[in-house]
Design a protein around this ligand. Sequence first.
Ligand code: ARG
Ligand code: ZN
Length: 884
Amino acid sequence: MDIASRPSEPVENPKVADAAPAPQSPPVIRREDYLAPAWLVPQVSLDFRLGAEATHIVSRLSVTRNPAGNGTATLRLNGDQIAPLAVRVDGREANDWRLDGADLLVELTGEAHEIEIETSVNPAANSQLMGLYASNGMLCTQCEAEGFRRITFFPDRPDVLSTYSVRMSGDKAQFPILLANGNCTASGEGEDGTHWAEWHDPWPKPSYLFALVAGDLVANHATFTTMGGRKVDLNIWVRPGDENRTQHAMESLIASMKWDEETFGREYDLDLFNIVAVSDFNMGAMENKGLNVFSTRYVLADPETATDGDYDAVEGVIGHEYFHNWSGNRVTCRDWFQLSLKEGFTVLRDQLFSAAMGSEAVKRIEDVRVLRIAQFPEDSGPLAHPIRPDSFQEISNFYTATVYNKGAEVIRMMRTMAGPERFRRGTDLYFERHDGEAATCEDFVKAIEDGAGLDLGQFRLWYSQAGTPQVTATLSHEGTTATLALTQTVPATPGQSEKQPMPIPLRVALYDRDAGEHRGEQLVVLDKAADSFTFEGFAKPPVLSINRGFSAPVAIDFPRVDADLVFLAAHDDDPFARYEAMQGLVVQHLVAAVSGRLDDATRAEGRAAIGAAYAAVLAHPALDDLMRGELMILPAETYLAEQLAISDPGAIHAEREALKAWLGTELASELRALHDRALAVAYSRDAAARGARKIKTQALVLIAAGDPAEGARRAFAQYQAADNMTDRQGALMVLASLDAPEREQALADFHRRYAGNALVIDKWFSLQAGALGPRVLEQVKALAGHPDFTMTNPNRVRALYMAAAGNPRAFHAANGEGYRMIGDLIRRLDPINPQTAARFVPALGRWRRIEPVRAAMMREELERIAAMPSLSRDVREQVTKSLG
Ligand code: ARG
Ligand code: ZN
């Protein structure tokens, strides 16, 4: 069941109705304009009378003049689509207030006052899923970044920290469980079947960390004793019936708590930690103090319904939100330009955690793949921004791969330069210095600088300059000396035409060709536009292994002969470098192919080298299967497109598919043997069995590319024999792309088998929208009319349309229908859920990098959106910048 798709109701207050219509271009907020708050709110008490259609809120704020503020007598309280039903100052009905746009301004005379405000909201009509909303019969909140102002009037900015006391009351049958931040201090029964609860959070926090949940929930309960001996009650709250799918989330939470103590010295600070899973959620999850709210997909997992990838995602996101308790909550952000302070650091922390829980090598490869597919295109497109942006119109648009994932890479570079021990001294100092504060990225860098003993003067450019640095490398050899010459350029990005060279830490090793070994890895830091480094003692030209472990988030241009890449793919002792050599081999070949630089002979040579490297990967006894599976994955089409100034998505798709088919044919017997071997491994969650499942599906993908009939037969058999979702989904993914009778049969069976399980039905939509094959657009259109499809649930919308937008065959259909479909979606979704609608704009915004015929159609689609009479701030900003 999904929430109603009614647009939010107009507010009744005449002062609001008189307000000027929203301007066409939303105002630009600039980092340099930061001003400390004029008024502070040390204490807040909130009283909620809960109702799905009407929730009444009384908010009491103790406000005091901020000595560091500008001294104004005007208290600005932000609001968004709410009206003040009553305003009282120091217990008296106030007259001295007015509305400025959506904000409430109150004139105050003294140094400290008590402000009381009444508001009312309709959670069931809140389809934006920001503020207080209804999901599946329960009520919950999402306040980051600016959702609190949709509940009550407040200085809704992260540098105003308050202690919260919350009281809520509501129908006991409808809302048997009442949760908020901190600890429950009292509860009881009211009249007419109501009950109430009071919660108190002793830790001062900004409004974006406020949360409330009310509904029919059951908990998986456990306890954790912290290193200081505090016994913490842990609860994972889900809808009745889902509790037996929460064990993995609970184990992940306990592992996170332990790991953060051991690795960063961070201890949990309340007696209670609650996690709630909700089905309607804009993002993955939210770190509200003591009451994390999660999208169900990052909580629920069992072998029947969750893939190995889903298990990993649950572990990673549970860790991420838990780690925010220190990097985000105890130390928060001064303003939203500092978002990467908490997100970049917390992503690094969750990456290190997942690496420690599983395979470090595989985790690194996965993280780099995400960066290259999601972040590199941001950096090279119209929405490029530094990890600490200088301006925005709508902050929701800046929850990006740049702020999160590149942000994590930037902090990882500091860690690489300092080494883990010194880095830890830096983070200790950071937490010690800024505990209880709203800090800046500069505060973080300074703490690492002081604590780790690094000079990060020039390094700060990573915070201010956007764009992926392009590094060229040349290796020359004379006598016994090898010389590595490096250059860097940071490409121009919107608003930043001139760039300065940045410090780029590169882990390098030089291999002795005959010995097959290197003489120790070195860290070279390229901090000039051009520099060179010499290495002694090589009788013959060595083989260069560079940017090992992906030590810097840059693109390296180092053309090399296939033989060297084959050598590194086979010999490099850095697993990431090995993967990189495999990728390099394929990327070089495919880029040459789509650029028309291959004749029959060079094509055959290139394929032979790739075939040999693949054969070695399939057979290599020293590789574990998780790593083998990773090495078998071909570079993504978006990453291939990134290598070209202007690309033809049709040509990239065709060449990549042709190579897949060639590999499938050439290595048919090896792949079948591998598939058979993997099929024989029984289900378990250990690494060997997970590895077997990974290569099983990767082998199937290639087998089907070479011989569709054999692929269909094997995929259908794998589907039918599957006793877990990894095998079942892998088989169905392959079948969904084949024009075989088994396709419809398996899809129908899957839908029947998992009817009513929203997370699995999401997969059913995604698999079809992401499929290869000429009819995929038709199929997506048909699926949009399926009774299980709804525009009000972001998970479902993403399942269908993100998969389609990310499927080059569908999105870049030569007749422009894919662009039209996404454009139509954005226009229809914007009035319902602008935040989610805006997430689809960047796909169309890539037009400058696409061949002219398609580019014109993409642009046209953006113009069609821009011409809409009313657009959200979210979509308006993204579309304007994309056309700009
Ligand atoms: N702080 C959350 C996280 O990364 C993300 C929440 C963002 N939500 C939003 N509506 N913009 O863990
Ligand atoms: Zn986060």
